[in-house]
Design a protein around this ligand. Structure first.
Ligand SMILES: [Zn+2]
Ligand SMILES: [Zn+2]
Length: 180
């Protein structure tokens, strides 16, 4: 996933592509450890423009994550969409002679700038990062999933269980005993 600066020139470049999931090796590892399956490709729409010494990439990513619902354990399929902006520079600002290379990286990072060298930019690492950030903390079959009852294990999406009234009754009994 390279942007060649000579192709970019002064007119914005629009790139639309289906990037194979294999381009993002870290996702494979996350999928294995969390029992998630990803769609074969990540749909990317990228607007790249060059302003001064900066290259700005405004993008949208879309992919599908499949796994087990974190609440009810049913199969879950979640479409993920995320918008992001990446700003690259070949010339990190605020660098004085005394500063070391490490500090240059830090100051670019602090300003949310990503430094690059040469005449092309590889977007893969940063886009992979954006995908990871966009992944849900908990995969859900649907937003309003009721989950399983923690006491009896009934799938509350299918039917209510009797646990709640029992809890209520026992509290009620206690109150009755206290009163008497
Ligand atoms: Zn669920
Ligand atoms: Zn229950």
């Amino acid at each position: 996933m390279l942007i060649k600066l000579e192709e970019l020139g002064s007119t914005p470049l629009v790139m639309e592509r289906k990037e194979p999931i294999a381009s993002f090796p870290e996702l494979e590892r996350i999928g294995r450890t969390n029992e998630l399956t990803f769609s074969d490709t990540v749909d990317l729409l990228l607007h790249c423009s060059q302003v001064g010494g900066f290259v700005e990439v405004c993008g949208r990513l879309e992919l599908i994550v499949e796994g087990i619902c974190g609440r009810c354990l049913a199969p879950a399929v979640m479409p993920i969409t995320s918008d992001f902006t990446l700003t690259y520079t070949s010339d990190p600002p605020g660098v004085s002679d005394e500063e070391t290379g490490d500090e240059i990286e830090l100051s670019a990072e602090e300003m949310n700038l990503i430094s690059f060298h040469g005449d092309e930019i590889d977007l893969a690492t940063e886009i992979q990062e954006q995908i990871i950030v966009a992944l849900p903390v908990k995969l859900l079959c649907r937003e309003e999933c009721q989950g399983l009852c923690p006491r009896c294990g009934t799938d509350l999406n299918q039917q209510p269980c009797v646990c709640e009234p029992e809890v209520f009754n026992s509290r009620f009994d206690v109150l009755k005993k206290l009163k008497s």
